[in-house]
Design a protein around this ligand. Structure first.
Ligand SMILES: Cc1cc2nc3c(=O)[nH]c(=O)nc-3n(C[C@H](O)[C@H](O)[C@H](O)COP(=O)(O)O)c2cc1C
Length: 236
């Protein structure tokens, strides 16, 4: 197991892990990671997040109900927030397609038109990819947009903290397709929105999914540097 001792190591070795070993993670270790994640910045230190941590029989019972809802197509009719677009505009559509090709095609060997094969992989989300710990992250609705920014910071901090203790994670927006099922298993206050799930545990390094490496656009594609005073003429 690689020892992650710097922020840079944690950033560079974090990846979405989709194959876990059943090795349990002690509750004290999960609590430590959550305490670190809670050091995240939030607007006015409002700390609008809550987490629900499921292990053992609680996780198994949730996974069973999620898988049943998935198999029978019982997706929620309405979402509490929109995690992604119905129709992605460019350049996101192409990036998403590239990601799908490398996950399903290059890594799993599932053809683009193999709908059943793709579904067979996707369904593994609902067992948290075999991770011993399943986390449900929620935030307060009041106000939601700011709280979602804070939730993102918490989520990233949790994923990096996990690397610091030799664990891996996968954020899972797919779980909210079945948010009513989640609400039956964990006690989410009415004024909270379920942001996503997080699978947490030890990676199964021998699984072919552990070879998946995602790429990133270069800094020059998203950063603009200014060193001279500039005044842009407003249009309209
Ligand atoms: C909010 C959020 C939700 C995600 N939901 C899922 C999911 O439901 N299932 C999944 O396999 N990956 C999910 N991912 C992982 C992304 O696909 C992944 O972060 C992206 O492809 C980049 O790859 P990397 O995390 O390995 O660097 C999610 C990531 C984020 C940040």
């Amino acid at each position: 197991m690689t020892t992650v001792t710097t922020i840079e190591d944690a950033l560079l070795t974090r990846r979405s892990c989709r194959a876990f070993l059943p090795t349990p993670v002690p509750r004290s270790q999960v609590e430590q990671l959550l305490a670190l994640a809670a050091r995240s910045a939030s607007n006015s230190n409002s700390q609008p997040w809550q987490v629900h941590v499921l292990t053992g029989a609680a996780k198994r019972a949730l996974a069973e109900d999620l898988l049943c809802a998935y198999e029978t197509g019982h997706r929620a009719a309405e979402f509490e927030y929109q995690p992604c677009a119905d129709e992605w505009p460019e350049p996101f559509r192409s990036r998403r397609r590239r990601f799908g090709d490398s996950l399903y095609g290059d890594t799993l060997g599932i053809a683009a038109d193999d709908v059943a094969g793709r579904a067979g992989h996707h369904r593994r989300n609902y067992d948290f990819f075999g991770a011993p710990v399943g986390i449900i992250l929620t935030v307060s609705r009041g106000p939601l947009q700011g709280a979602l920014v804070d939730a993102g910071l918490f989520l990233q901090a949790l994923m990096l903290a996990a690397r610091g203790s030799g664990l891996h994670t996968c954020a899972q927006a797919s779980l909210i397709d079945f948010h009513p099922v989640l609400r039956r298993h964990v006690s989410v206050p009415d004024d909270h929105v379920i942001v996503c799930g997080v699978a947490l545990g030890h990676a199964d390094g021998s699984h072919r999914l552990s070879t998946l490496q995602t790429s990133r656009e270069p800094v020059s594609s998203f950063a603009t540097f200014y060193s001279e005073a500039t005044h842009h003429v407003e249009s309209g």
